[in-house]
Design a protein around this ligand. Structure first.
Ligand code: MN
Length: 718
């Protein structure tokens, strides 16, 4: 078949699906529009290789057949790409087809410009776009038809465009179709979007639905047989169909509820569409059918949905009930009249059509238009649930840019070349010196636009600078730059720690967490890291620290022991003083050098407590002369002497997990790590940690803390 025959055939086919009330004169004008468009697009091919004109014909067909639009819309659909793609102007279209058609085409052309995605206009112009559309709601409906055909033929587009178009469809057009009550189209748009955005998941779910459908077809027949019998007996004209949930709605439910396919129970619904008899109101007939069904099967009262008395916001009317089937399976049953069914499938246009038949046509459509326009002009009103605002913002705030090899990256609007660099790889970000955007050299602070192709220039000598924070906007880039600075800080801290350890060693001190706390308080520091950092930087000198440490050491004898001062009943004041170890001035006497565990005695000499072994001759001498100055003391276990415990850790390997675990251990009071060994295989790590602890409470508390680390699956005593 020649190209022109193919085109002719497609057009003749369009004529057969026009609304029944289309007059001969209107058909003539449609033919004129077709011939005009055919001439304008002559010789131009779609990506798939077929003549371009087949696209506007298909869009007109969807507008007429699937949405139920009339002559003006069909003409506008045929002409919708003429102004954008050919030399014809809007004025010419206005002269030939009239002002109304021209304004519809104008609206469609404007949306296409905005949806082109290569301007920075997107965000603010989106509302303007809708306002433009609202001149006539038919613009939105034709645009939906246009998008539906593009989605149906998306396979011939390059992959990066497929994903962009698919996500745009999901964020903008499917909600729009839903709002317009175009249920079938909304479902198809969603399914097609999913198919291109998540092809694997789409395939798996589609196959499972298919299998489910096959499995329950027999059950379905058994379920509806008595219903048919009852409806026949009561003289109803009707059709009954089994409807399975759409692939997208199954996928969405699985995502939202975090459940598996097998946990979805409302996969199968039975739809009864009846031809209403003029003698009774439709609502009454719906409830009558409800009554006939519940005579046969028990309903679940929790799952009754009455959209007959109060239609949904998008005009949907139906009665839904769920009943227990013959083999203990729940069935959802939807009851609709033919009119309700058409409104559900075709939405707004069908609604208008039914009103028109009752002679209220144009005024009703006008009301709709006025209503929608009013909503759009008050974008803050709650009634403007026209588009899901969150999704809209998400879309408007994103740009899509490309690597030199054509891979698409999605970044927030306002992202710079440096954000892009970090999005590719941390090292590329860390060494970025500039970029080429669309082959032109730009600074790394250059703001990217949708559609830009970006090549990052790097240098080994480069490293992150403080001012980079001023021009990155993505969290990813920020955290990588932050990490770099932190890592450098970490090295300074490590050096400071080594200095600290040397001072402590030189003073022959044994360091406890409590002593550390006192040092930090005395030097007015937040934590160890700050101390180490300041030591490394010299903000705190080694002499200062040594002095501070020496001041404390007199009160501290050993790591796990301290002196206990017993109550002196005669002198309450002294008791108070001595109890406060911070203030107690204690001197270990050099004559007998008592160590923890020795039997000791204290002598209060001029406000200082001298500690002697009980057997020390000097002590005996002093006891004889200064009996009244005796301070009863004893060594007390401060912590039980340490023992070795082993902890086994297992989990999913990720960056920094070992670091986090060691950090927890080193933060514990009185726990010392003896040995740590980690091994990673196939993304799973296993660690053995040997610790010196004082009691089982220490170990248990540590296990609880380590279990809380992200990625750790299992922690136990070895
Ligand atoms: Mn188009």
């Amino acid at each position: 078949m020649g190209e022109q025959e193919l085109i002719k055939e497609a057009f003749e086919e369009l004529l057969t699906v026009l609304r029944k009330d289309t007059t001969e004169e209107e058909k003539q004008r449609i033919r004129q529009a077709f011939e005009f468009a055919n001439e304008a697009h002559k010789g131009i091919k779609r990506r798939s290789g077929e003549p371009y004109i087949l696209h506007p014909i298909a869009v007109a067909r969807i507008a007429a057949k699937e949405i139920g639009l009339g002559t003006k819309s069909v003409i506008a659909a045929l002409l919708h790409d003429v102004v954008e793609d050919t030399d014809y102007t809007l004025e010419e279209i206005g002269e030939i087809f009239g002002a109304k058609i021209a304004s519809l085409v104008d609206g469609l052309t404007k949306i296409r410009e905005i949806m082109g995605g290569d301007t920075s206009l997107q965000a603010e112009s989106f509302r303007k776009m809708i306002l433009t559309l609202a001149d006539d709601v038919r613009v939105i409906l034709i645009k939906i038809a246009d998008r539906l055909h593009n989605m149906r033929t998306l396979a011939s587009m390059p992959e990066h465009k497929q994903v962009k178009i698919a996500s745009e469809t999901l964020y903008i057009f499917a909600p729009l179709a839903h709002r317009m009550g175009l249920h079938a189209i909304k479902t198809e748009l969603e399914d097609l979007s999913l198919k291109y955005e998540h092809p694997e998941e789409y395939k798996v779910i589609a196959q499972k639905i298919e299998a489910y459908h096959r499995e329950y077809t027999g059950l379905f027949d058994k379920f509806i047989a008595p219903i048919r019998e009852s409806l026949d007996k009561n003289g109803y004209e009707y059709t009954i169909t089994a409807r399975t949930k759409s692939v997208y709605s199954v996928w969405y439910k699985m995502q939202r509820r975090n459940i598996s396919f097998d946990e979805i129970y409302d996969l199968l619904a039975v739809r009864i569409v009846f031809k209403p008899t003029p003698s009774q109101p439709e609502k009454w007939q719906c409830w009558n059918i409800y009554s006939l069904i519940t005579d046969l099967y028990s309903p679940n009262p929790e799952r009754l949905r009455d959209w007959v008395s109060v239609p949904k916001a998008n005009g949907y009317e139906a009665l839904h009930l769920t009943v227990m089937g013959p083999s203990g399976q729940w069935f959802e049953v939807q009851i609709r009249s033919e009119r309700m069914d058409e409104i559900a499938e075709k939405g707004l246009a069908a609604h208008w059509k039914y009103k028109a038949e009752n002679g209220e046509g144009n005024s009703e459509l006008d009301n709709w238009l006025a209503g929608i326009k009013e909503l759009l002009e008050q974008p803050n009103s709650n009634a403007l649930a026209f588009l899901d605002e969150f999704k809209l913002n998400l879309y408007a705030k994103e740009i899509r840019v490309f690597t030199p090899r054509g891979h698409m990256k999605t970044l927030p609007k306002g992202a710079t070349a440096l954000d892009f660099a970090y999005d590719i790889h941390t090292e590329i970000g860390n060494t970025c010196i500039g970029a080429k955007v669309n082959h032109k050299l730009v600074a790394m602070s250059h703001k990217l636009q949708s559609g830009d192709q970006v090549e990052i220039l790097t240098s080994e000598k480069q490293h992150p600078q403080e001012e980079w924070f001023d021009f990155v906007i993505t969290a990813k880039a920020r955290s990588h730059i932050d990490d770099y600075f932190k890592k450098n800080r970490r090295e300074a801290i490590k050096r400071g720690e080594r200095i600290f350890e040397k001072i402590v060693k030189d003073l022959k001190l044994s360091l406890t967490a409590e002593l550390m706390r006192k040092i930090l308080t005395a030097l007015k520091l937040q934590n160890k890291e700050e101390l180490y950092l300041k030591l490394c930087l010299g903000t705190i000198t080694q002499e200062e620290l040594a002095k501070e440490l020496k001041k404390r050491m007199e009160n501290w004898f050993a790591k796990y022991w301290r002196l206990q001062f017993f109550k002196n009943e005669r002198e309450e004041r002294e008791k108070e003083e001595y109890k406060d170890e911070e203030n107690a001035d204690v001197v270990i006497s050099s004559c007998c050098n008592p160590i923890p565990g020795d039997d000791v005695v204290g002598m209060d000499i001029e406000g200082k407590v001298q500690i002697h072994k009980r057997k020390c001759p000097e002590a005996i001498r002093l006891l004889a002369s200064y009996g009244n100055k005796i301070v009863p003391i004893a060594w007390e276990n401060y912590h039980i002497t340490s023992f070795v415990a082993v902890i086994l850790v297992r989990g999913i390997d990720r960056m920094g997990v070992v670091n986090e675990i060691t950090k927890i251990i080193s933060g514990e009071v009185g726990i010392n790590m003896k040995m740590i060994h980690f091994e990673t295989k196939d993304g799973i790590f296993e660690g053995v940690i040997q610790l010196c602890v004082h009691n089982t409470r220490d170990v248990n508390s540590l296990i609880t803390k380590i279990s809380g680390v992200k990625g750790v699956e299992n922690t136990m005593r070895g």
